[in-house]
Design a protein around this ligand. Structure first.
Ligand SMILES: Cc1ncc(COP(=O)(O)O)c(C=O)c1O
Length: 1000
């Protein structure tokens, strides 16, 4: 490969070699090579070796254990087991009788067909009993009653439908899906139909080996998807003509908003000029984001721009929402003369033919990669992108851009490898000073889009673009010949047409089941795409009442057509793109499938072993839940089709809203936020707008406990709240004294508290009810971060015990797989008074929701919502409750087994943890020169993904086993951690060298 990459400057390369020794790097260090085009050669053998070593290390330990029976510390003795067994039988019998006798709808575990909850929950009843016994509890209920404070316990059955087995759930969901009426859509407005290469659909989208990993924080076991993300970054950098790209953003509209704040951060100027021809959702999100920050979004007059010294940036849609391509070179030059930055919202396919933003002189390019092989999905999930220029020779824009960046670095042997770069500017480290609140983004969809480019290569991508453009040009000519007026002369794939007879066009479009864009001025928009062939053109012509030739004639005419982008040299792209071998080597399905498999094999996902990342809830993503995502009835809908074509989705949303309200105790719910952090932002905006509506504009202080997730302060600053930290006491609870002092000090300005529950310290705080009360008594609102709902479903409802609003991470508690860094969904539940402030939408009105939109699509990433629907439908109330109970059981069991070897940092007064816990590793530094990162890497030798490192407590590991892991897997991880502890002891005792040992 030509390592065509970005100008990686020599000092960076040197620093890179020095800094980026993978085995010795803390997650907070900032590697400097963010070269997007570089690719490492083979990396997997290293990992494969250590993985195999790990397996044999565990096997050895198992043999040792078999030879010498486990100590009483690990398991109860045989003598103790006997009465326990009898006790257990009695308990089971009693429960069985109770189950048969109970008639709670949705509360039954026994139902027709297979009980899915038994498949979702790892430990069976016997194993649960063994673990309870280890903990000294007789039943799950007894454990739950002790672990969960009585003040917050939800004591009734959730009103959810009785559970279905997989087969019956799929049948019911299919019936709902079939209520969606999939018409052919030529609506455009940022979404284009496309062809998902079947090999990519089957081997990435539908493959748990690609969809179940977490964000690639653990570089050694993430090389596969990081290579693919570097492919994405290279593709974006090439197609936009700008050197540095991130690894995806949430959607095009949020990318526009991120670009605006990037311009603000860079220039410190507060006016942003927006092209009136942006897609409406892009304009709307600029306003959402600008208002709290005090930025002014004003219309950009392209011919006569008002460049004042306050203008930080301009944003231009290119081609614009009506399809027109304007000459913006002069405008860009004028902007630069005013030291104003230029953002161009571009179309990746158009950029294969058309001068890309970078060649025009743009500083930032944003857009959506959806049309690169990702289904419409009624709005998402799709990967958006953001790339930047190196306009000052120091990569300043790259350093302050939002989102994750995968960089190319070197491992300790000097071999090239990939790892996340520039992490020091991210929310989990810089909190309110971060470049944005983006955490979960759209890694899986970025990988799909990248593979689409890998599969087609530059030549075929250009041919696809040419074919679309020629088809559009053919259509334009035919419509003009038929007496319609085509408004714009220079276009790529979208026409604005003033029809002779609008009503006739509308009527015939209905008859042909075709959606067009209808402008308020009576014009009609037609946006073509990769799926438009002769048959589709024939249908379109008849919709416009033009005489259509037969398909063969149309085909030939399209081939002979030209078009403005092919005819006008001044518009032509001058630079080659996708020259890297990865885009030129895998064009047959055989090659592509092997390439995808090769990358998949480098990574650890849930198909290998448990991923015990605390605060991430890496539970089972069941096949039956995932299958409906690729049904065409969910995938084929454009987000702006008339509501009557999306009746299936309406049922799904209505069900989910009701069920999630029932689960959380809230009154209303918005499904719009497409990540947890977006949910936080939407929730804080609802609080802010509510306070303003009752004349409490002065309230702008947000209390945030020190244990909060980094996205909390990052979101609060986006909502222009003043962040006041609150400390924690020695149990990890909110420090009541500190809270009281802060509340007293800011009582006149208190807007909200953002509290995570159970806290990220892994404990159920008994004072949560009092905390909520205190905030309310002082005029504030309670934002309860619901990412940890996995410990509460069926046991406690935030809406009941005092919270006003929460986001739920559906990609954690509700089984949407994490995709290697996205997609996710972060819907927010609210109490009644906040409901009017839930996000609305500029294109599709959402009844009763008048708040500013936070995502491009009305219901965010709609096409992954069937996963959550399926989970709740199969688990039922009792299954969900049991899942929470077992999540708590599993965490406590592991904490117990590790007792003596590792200190659990925080426990409740009763000595219990919630659904996750933190083990302390900081003393090992002094005693054995061992750091938390060494333990994490040694765990990989045992075949495990490390727990969360050094968050929220430095030099500690946070373990979240989830309910889906069975006792054997929990024991395997405990055994590995105990074996590592023994190795540390040997170092402490001088039996192993402090620098040359298995952990280093
Ligand atoms: C407690 C908590 N809050 C918020 C978030 C942010 O969610 P997302 O990554 O979807 O933006 C997370 C994600 O890990 C979390 O654990």
């Amino acid at each position: 490969m030509n390592e065509r990459s970005l100008p990686v400057e020599p000092p960076f390369v040197a620093q890179c070699a020095a800094l980026c020794k993978l085995r010795h790097q803390s997650p907070t260090e900032e590697p400097v090579a963010w070269a997007m085009g570089c690719h490492a050669p083979e990396f997997s053998p290293i990992f494969q070796l250590s993985f195999n070593l790990g397996r044999s290390a565990l096997d050895q330990r198992a043999q040792q254990q078999a030879a010498s029976p486990p100590s009483a510390h690990h398991l109860p003795s045989r003598r103790n087991m006997l009465p326990a067994r009898l006790r257990r039988t009695a308990v089971l019998l009693k429960r069985h009788v109770r189950l048969l006798a109970t008639k709670t709808p949705g509360g039954r575990l026994v139902h027709e067909g297979d009980d899915f909850s038994r498949r979702h929950i790892g430990p069976g009843p016997e194993e649960q009993q063994q673990m309870l016994q280890t903990l000294g509890f007789k039943s799950l209920d007894e454990l739950t009653d002790t672990a969960v404070p009585a003040a917050i316990r939800f004591r009734s059955d959730m009103n959810l439908p009785a559970p279905l087995d997989e087969h019956r759930m799929l049948r019911e969901l299919r019936e709902i899906a079939l209520k969606n009426d999939v018409w052919k859509s030529y609506i455009g407005i940022g979404y284009s139909d496309c062809i998902v290469p079947p090999a990519i659909q089957r081997n990435i989208l539908e493959n748990s080996g690609w969809v179940t990993q977490y964000t690639p924080y653990q570089a050694e076991i993430s090389q596969g998807r990081m290579e693919s993300l570097v492919n994405f970054q290279t593709m974006i950098a090439d197609l936009t003509g700008l050197p540095t790209s991130n690894a995806s953003l949430l959607d095009e509209s949020t990318a526009c908003a991120e670009a605006m704040t990037l311009c603000y951060r860079s220039t410190k100027r507060n006016v942003f000029l927006a092209d009136p021809m942006l897609h409406p959702q892009n304009t709307a999100l600029l306003h959402t984001r600008a208002e709290p920050l005090g930025l002014k979004v004003e219309p950009l007059d392209l011919a006569n721009p008002a460049f004042t010294p306050e203008v930080s940036g301009i944003i231009i849609q290119y081609p614009n929402t009506e399809g027109s391509i304007e000459d913006i070179k002069q405008l860009i030059a004028k902007a630069h003369a005013n030291k104003t930055l230029v953002v161009v919202v571009c179309d990746l396919l158009a950029s294969t033919l058309l001068t890309p933003p970078g060649e025009l002189g743009a500083d930032v390019a944003v857009g959506s990669a959806q049309r690169f092989g990702v289904p419409l999905g009624y709005g998402g999930p799709h990967a958006a992108f953001l790339s930047v220029a190196n306009n000052d020779g120091r990569n300043t824009l790259a350093r302050i851009m939002p989102g994750r960046v995968v960089g190319v670095t070197k491992d300790s042997n000097g071999n090239k490898a990939y790892r996340l770069a520039l992490q020091t500017r991210e929310q989990h480290i810089r909190r309110d000073k971060a470049t944005s609140n983006i955490c979960t983004a759209q890694a899986l969809l970025a990988n799909m889009a990248a593979m689409y480019a890998v599969y087609h290569g530059p030549g075929r991508l250009r041919r696809i673009a040419e074919n679309i453009h020629k088809s559009t040009s053919y259509l334009a000519k035919q419509l003009t010949d038929a007496g319609h007026k085509v408004v714009h002369k220079v276009y790529f794939d979208t026409l604005k047409v003033i029809p002779k007879d609008l009503n006739a066009v509308k009527k015939r479009a209905q008859e042909h089941r075709i959606n067009l864009r209808y402008y308020s001025d009576g014009a009609v928009g037609v946006a073509l795409d990769e799926t438009t062939g002769a048959r589709e053109l024939k249908d379109l012509l008849s919709v416009f009442g033009a005489t259509a030739a037969d398909e063969e004639t149309i085909k030939a005419a399209v081939v002979d057509s030209s078009g403005p982008l092919l005819e006008r040299k001044e518009l032509h792209r001058q630079t080659p793109f996708l020259t890297h071998p990865n885009f030129n080597s895998y064009h047959s399905e055989t090659q592509l499938v092997r390439y995808m498999k090769k990358l998949e094999n480098k990574d650890v996902s849930l198909v290998h072993s448990m991923i015990p990342l605390g605060s991430c809830t890496m539970k089972l993503n069941a096949s039956a839940e995932l299958m409906p995502v690729s049904w065409p009835e969910f995938g084929g809908l454009h987000p702006f089709v008339p509501r009557e074509q999306a009746k299936g989705y309406s049922i799904l949303f209505e069900n989910l809203e009701r069920w999630l309200c029932e689960i959380t105790g809230y009154d209303n719910l918005s499904l719009q936020p497409n990540s947890g952090a977006q949910g936080e932002y939407a929730g804080l905006l609802a609080i802010r707008n509510y306070l303003h509506s009752i004349g409490q504009d002065a309230r702008d202080v947000c209390l945030i406990p020190s244990s909060a997730h980094g996205t909390n302060p990052a979101s609060a600053q986006m909502a222009k709240m003043k962040i006041v930290p609150v400390g924690a006491d020695k149990h990890g609870n909110i420090d009541w004294k500190d809270l009281t002092a802060k509340v007293d000090k800011y009582s006149k300005n208190l807007a909200a508290i953002m509290v995570t529950y159970p806290s990220t310290h892994g404990v159920f705080e008994s004072s949560i009810v009092d905390v909520c009360q205190k905030i309310h008594d002082n005029g504030g609102q309670v934002y309860l971060d619901g990412a940890n709902l996995n410990a509460q479903v069926g046991l406690a409802r935030p809406g009941d015990y005092g919270s006003d609003v929460s986001h739920l991470n559906l990609h954690k508690t509700f089984c949407i797989p994490h995709g290697g860094g996205g997609p996710g969904m972060g819907p927010i539940g609210v109490k009644k008074h906040l409901a009017p402030f839930l996000p609305g939408h500029p294109v599709i009105p959402l009844k009763g929701c008048d708040g500013p939109p936070v995502s491009a699509a009305p219901w965010g990433s709609s096409s992954i919502l069937p996963i959550t629907w399926a989970y709740i439908r199969m688990m039922g109330a009792a299954g969900l409750t049991r899942a929470s109970q077992v999540a708590i059981l599993n965490a406590n069991y592991m904490a117990k087994r590790l007792e003596g070897a590792y200190n659990t940092v925080y426990r409740s007064k009763e000595g219990l943890v919630a659904h996750e816990f933190i083990i302390d590793c900081k003393d090992f530094k002094k005693s054995a020169d061992i750091e938390v990162v060494d333990i994490a890497k040694r765990l990989m030798d045992y075949g495990f993904h490390s727990p969360t490192m050094s968050w929220p407590v430095h030099n500690c590991l946070m373990i979240e086993p989830t309910e889906s892991e069975d006792k054997a897997e929990l024991d395997r991880l405990c055994d590995a951690l105990l074996a590592i502890r023994e190795e540390i002891t040997m170092i402490e005792q001088g039996k192993l060298d402090r620098t040359v040992n298995p952990l280093k």
